[in-house]
Design a protein around this ligand. Structure first.
Ligand SMILES: Cc1cc2nc3c(=O)[nH]c(=O)nc-3n(C[C@H](O)[C@H](O)[C@H](O)COP(=O)(O)OP(=O)(O)OC[C@H]3O[C@@H](n4cnc5c(N)ncnc54)[C@H](O)[C@@H]3O)c2cc1C
Length: 395
């Protein structure tokens, strides 16, 4: 049996995968490039099959307790006056949670049993018939039976094994940033947002959290040339894109500049013809990022990790069979989740007329009805979620 499994990335997919692999008797090790768990990010959705995954992990009470209680989104004008409001309340069977809180809960659920290495990264991978020889940027070389990349949209494992990311990233003509914000700049239980053509700045303020998050999106037809790991460059790009914007944007920018966990990236999706090669496979954003505007990233990470671990258990560690089944069963659902619809156009209209039109539509409550309809007709991730514990005979 392929027991020793190295997972690259400790965010959502990585710790979920580690949890289930350990439950099935494998020995996962998780390596995370950051020196500690990354706390950044806005609210993310846990819903449909992802709810079942976290319930089976026994962490639903913690997730509900940490859940955000935002009720809607208000579109403001430059003086801060509300021009339109949109209901964002779900059906009650889903939870919105700050990404950092979800990562922490998942990490704590694996605490004790699993080896975590922070502040390091895989440098090279060499596969042979019996395993994978891994060199690290800092630590000693080691051998593992399998390696899984859960290291996000700019996955190192994907680059080392499948090739440069330009082959797999589908750029969506926008950049996004999330950062800490002064809660006084937001409105209790609302996302407040101000648009100018091609850009949006907003505040996400949950009523049961002491802090708040600033979010920024701006349009760029062509990708910017920058280093996605250079935080100082991120700050410069963000400042340049928003420096002349009114409302409370100067204050939000100042908060973002001071935030060591500022998250800045292009909006992009990952599309790959295959998620595995030999003894290496990918999970979550590394394999099939749907982008933050899809609202599906956390869900795909949770479900994908659950399925990958389950298939390995069900196949008795036979990675050929397991990787094939993981992909066969999950690919169609992923493709559906990657269809983001009009979200981006509604959030970031490209003209002043577009902004007025969107506000008019939001005032008429059409968006509420559309959001309600979308909640009812939203494609399910797959049906039903397999019960691998039963199939694998694990405890
Ligand atoms: C800081 C942060 C904030 C985010 N905020 C939002 C948000 O507000 N809204 C939203 O929809 N999505 C957000 N995302 C993306 C979201 O977490 C994912 O879409 C989804 O949850 C799937 O998660 P994942 O674990 O596959 O990938 P990710 O969450 O992207 O995590 C990848 C992890 O791998 C680590 N990593 C990267 N390279 C290496 C390497 N070479 N070696 C080891 N580790 C590595 C990263 O530091 C990170 O911890 C954010 C991601 C991060 C990292």
């Amino acid at each position: 049996m392929n027991k020793r499994i190295l997972i690259s990335g400790a965010s959502i997919a990585g710790p979920t995968l580690a949890f289930w692999l350990a439950r099935y008797g494998f020995q996962p090790t998780v390596v995370e490039r950051a020196p500690r768990l990354r706390a950044g990010g806005n609210g993310v959705d846990v819903r449909d099959q992802a709810i079942e995954v976290v319930e089976r992990m026994g962490i639903m009470p913690q997730i509900r307790a940490a859940g955000a209680d935002v009720v809607g989104m208000a579109f403001l004008d430059g003086t801060g006056r509300s021009r339109a409001r949109m209901d964002l309340q779900g059906t009650g069977d889903e939870v919105e949670i700050m990404r950092g809180d979800l990562a922490r809960i998942l990490y704590e659920a694996t605490g004790g049993d699993i080896e975590y290495i922070f502040g390091d990264s895989i440098q090279s991978l060499e596969q042979d018939a019996d395993g994978v020889r891994v060199t690290f940027e800092r630590g000693e070389n080691r051998r593992f039976d399998l390696v899984i990349g859960a290291d996000g949209i700019h996955s190192t494992v994907r680059r080392l094994v499948f090739g440069p990311e330009s082959r797999f990233l589908k750029y969506m003509e926008h950049y996004v940033a999330f950062a800490e914000a002064d809660p006084a700049l937001g409105e209790n239980r609302w996302v407040t947002a101000y648009n100018e053509p091609g850009r949006m700045a907003g505040v996400y303020r949950s009523g049961n959290h002491t802090g708040a998050k600033a979010n920024f999106i701006f349009h760029r037809a062509e990708p910017l040339d920058y280093d996605y790991r250079d935080a100082e460059q991120h700050k410069r790009l963000l400042r340049a894109a928003f420096a002349d914007m009114s409302w409370q944007v100067p204050e939000l920018l100042a908060g973002a500049m001071a935030d060591p966990d500022l998250y800045f990236d292009s909006l992009a999706q990952v599309r790959m013809p295959s998620w595995s090669a030999g003894r290496v496979a990918l999970v979550g954003d590394a394999a099939y990022c749907a982008s933050p505007v899809s609202g599906c990233g956390a869900r795909l990470g949770l479900i994908g990790a659950y399925r990958l671990a389950g298939e390995l258990a069900a196949a008795g560690g036979d990675h050929h069979l397991a990787f094939q089944r993981y992909e066969e069963d999950f690919r169609k659902a992923v493709e559906r989740m990657q269809q983001v619809g009009p979200n981006l156009r509604l959030m970031v209209p490209k003209s002043a007329v577009g902004v007025r039109l969107r506000n008019g539509v939001a005032r008429s409550r059409i968006l509420d009805s559309l959001a309600g309809m979308e909640r009812i007709t939203r494609p399910k991730t797959a049906d039903p979620l397999p019960d691998y514990q039963y199939r694998s005979g694990a405890a």
